[in-house]
Design a protein around this ligand. Structure first.
Ligand code: ATP
Ligand code: MG
Length: 611
């Protein structure tokens, strides 16, 4: 059913905000308002707002209808494509199917799936049905899956048979809210199969995703579908954080977050119709939904997704053969490419590539410069969190990059650093905080609430949510400084900052300096208790191929660090063939520290390589 009130990109092209942000940053900050940004979207007839309508439906009835919206590469690089018009119809069918199952607005629908058409259609269909989408990273083991399904009181799970049998079936009777499990590859195996019997999976406990879609498509053709009339402040997404600092938190986001997804996909990612865009983050994490699905589709681009895991050669081939124009990835991935050497990059050409962007961890200056070597383009850093829902600080195309800087706040975002208390976090005295205005003063990075993609709750944890705010600021938990020109520099997470002989040392600064040594592929830095200094800096180093972990190299790195960093240089260096990472790709300094000190390792549900 056509939505006649929908405005397409062509019809609103005259709006100055629609132009990408190149060069006129200050002017854009002065003139920007979130209300104006909201006006760039169509909205639902009757005043509601729905993410999926903005991402898909408004394009499906306009000039972009036959543009490829999603292009899936499977492991064998077989391609499946859906145009915006096809995506609208297919996601409508999923919404109809979910509603037929009794899914009500506000109910939670989860996926535990590899990157596949079924995953993306479930995201969009869930939003269209007015339900809340919650992604689960597909490599999670049974315990993290159970914990999230349970905490989220998830009603519908879409997964595949093996994942169900290995990770869910044994817990099914302890998940009273989980009414429906849909398998994208058919029903569970009959119980007389030994292995399946052992897993507790019974075919009658699951349904078939394909069968649901088939009957829903017939119903759609017969009765049509009207997208749920969601309010802007109605819950849309439930995202678990990466668990870098401890137990993951479940952040609730609402439909109007799409206003920020759209504007930041334009300003920071520079996306526009005609682009072929690849975001390497899995939709199991906030980047993979905000900027792997919603934001880019809002911009009317072609989104490439690849179901295969990291492989340097495959990545270069994909960038080349798919003629990717904008590439959004993470420092860990860039470091893995760097480890292979830029020679491999030079075996490919990237004439279409225009903009390379990174998020998730501090981006070492070395990686920014390496981008120029490998792609002919510097890597643009962006800073944000699961809680912020969208990019908050960024380097914009056309803006001079200062390698190592996160960039400048997104127009519409007020960021500041707040004076710290003894625990490293903002000092809240009688309900008040002090904003540090001197250039380069280090404090807790804080944002003025009011941007549309700000999380609205930690699920069932109002105290923890409340503790994130003070004196009219959202407190990020990260330490940063802004230089005299307003560029932000990440110092470290408040938890990771090292206090040594009166100095406050950000691990990022030390790590970036060591990364400049040719032997160093990756490094994580911690503070190790010391009776004299309070803490000394210890670095764990992974070496590049061809280098040997010898005492001589250890000494060389200590000297190298001392030359670069002076008194904040690491006093100890250990070699570690593989640093612990979260599954979303971040170095887990808390784990390095716990292991060094023989302390309990805490929640390990998001550690890469855990069962
Ligand atoms: P948890 O909150 O569970 O400990 P997490 O903070 O890693 O996990 P995310 O929300 O995925 O979960 O990550 C946001 C954090 O990642 C930021 O607070 C920051 O510490 C780090 N980060 C993201 N982007 C950047 C960046 N460009 N530079 C430096 N740090 C970054
Ligand atoms: Mg966090």
């Amino acid at each position: 059913m056509a939505d006649t009130s929908t405005r397409t990109d062509r019809e609103i092209r005259h709006v100055p905000l629609l132009e990408p942000l190149v060069g006129d940053y200050e002017e854009r900050c002065r003139t920007f308002s979130w209300e104006q940004a909201r006006g760039l979207l169509a909205g639902l007839p009757g005043g509601g707002l729905n993410m999926a309508h903005e991402a898909v439906d408004r394009h499906a009835t306009g000039p972009l209808r036959d543009v490829v919206a999603l292009r899936f590469l499977d492991r064998g690089q077989l391609v499946t494509e859906l145009t915006y018009a096809e995506l609208r119809r297919a996601s409508d069918a999923v919404a109809v199917g979910l509603q037929a199952l009794g899914v009500d607005p506000g109910d939670r629908v989860c996926t535990l799936l590899q990157r596949s058409p079924e995953l993306y259609l479930t995201v969009l269909g869930t939003l269209k049905a007015g339900a809340v989408y919650c992604p689960l990273f597909p490599a999670f083991g049974p315990e993290p899956v159970f914990e999230r399904l349970s905490l989220g009181k998830v009603r519908v799970l879409v997964t595949d048979r093996i994942s169900y049998e290995r990770k869910v079936a044994q817990f099914r009777d302890r998940l009273p809210h989980l009414e429906t499990v849909l398998l994208v590859d058919g029903a569970a195996a009959p119980a007389d199969d030994d292995a399946d019997a052992a897993s507790g999976a019974r075919p009658e406990d699951t349904g078939s995703w394909a069968a649901m879609v088939e009957s829903a498509t017939a119903a759609l053709d017969r009765d049509g579908f009207r997208i749920a009339q969601t309010r802007p402040d109605q819950a849309a997404l439930l995202h678990f954080t990466s668990g870098t600092t401890g137990k993951p938190k479940a952040a609730v986001h609402v439909h109007e977050a799409v206003v920020a997804h759209h504007v930041t996909a334009m300003y920071a990612l520079d996306l526009r119709p005609g682009d072929v865009y690849w975001c390497t983050a899995d939709p199991g994490w906030v980047t993979g939904t905000s900027y792997g699905i919603i934001g880019p589709l809002c911009r009317g681009v072609t989104v490439v997704t690849d179901s295969a895991d990291f492989d340097a050669r495959r990545w270069y081939r994909t960038l080349q053969d798919e003629r990717v124009t904008v590439f959004y990835t993470a420092p860990t991935a860039l470091r893995m490419l760097m480890r292979v050497g830029s020679q491999m990059a030079h075996e490919y050409t990237f004439p279409a590539l225009r903009h390379v962007v990174s998020v998730g961890e501090p981006l070492n200056p070395e990686a920014v410069v390496w981008g120029v070597e490998a792609f002919g383009l510097p890597v643009h850093d962006t800073w944000w969190q699961t809680e912020t829902g969208a990019i908050m600080v960024s380097n914009y195309p056309g803006m001079a990059i200062r390698p190592g800087s996160m960039g400048r706040p997104v127009p519409g975002i007020t960021a500041a650093v707040l004076e710290r208390g003894p625990d490293g976090r903002a000092a809240v005295v009688h309900g008040h905080v002090r904003v540090l205005t001197e250039p380069d003063a280090v404090g807790e990075l804080a944002l003025r609430p009011g941007w549309p993609s700000m999380f609205r709750a930690y699920l069932d944890d109002p105290d923890r949510y409340g503790a994130c705010f003070a004196d009219g600021w959202y407190l990020s938990g990260d330490l940063a400084r802004f230089d005299a020109d307003g560029y932000g520099w990440f110092v470290g997470r408040a938890d990771d900052v090292i206090k040594s002989a009166g100095h406050l040392i950000g691990p990022f600064e030390v790590e970036s300096a060591l990364m400049e040594h040719p032997a160093v592929a990756e490094v994580g830095v911690i503070g190790k208790p010391d009776p004299l200094a309070g803490e000394i800096v210890k670095a764990f180093v992974t070496l590049r191929a061809g280098y040997e972990a010898t005492p001589a190299l250890q000494r060389e790195l200590i000297t190298f660090g001392r030359h670069r960093l002076g008194s904040v240089a690491p006093r100890e260096i250990a070699f570690d063939p593989a640093l612990p990472h979260t599954r979303s790709g971040k170095v887990m300094r808390r784990l390095l520290k716990a292991r060094e000190l023989g302390l309990p390792e805490g929640d390990l549900s998001t550690v890469e390589g855990q069962p």
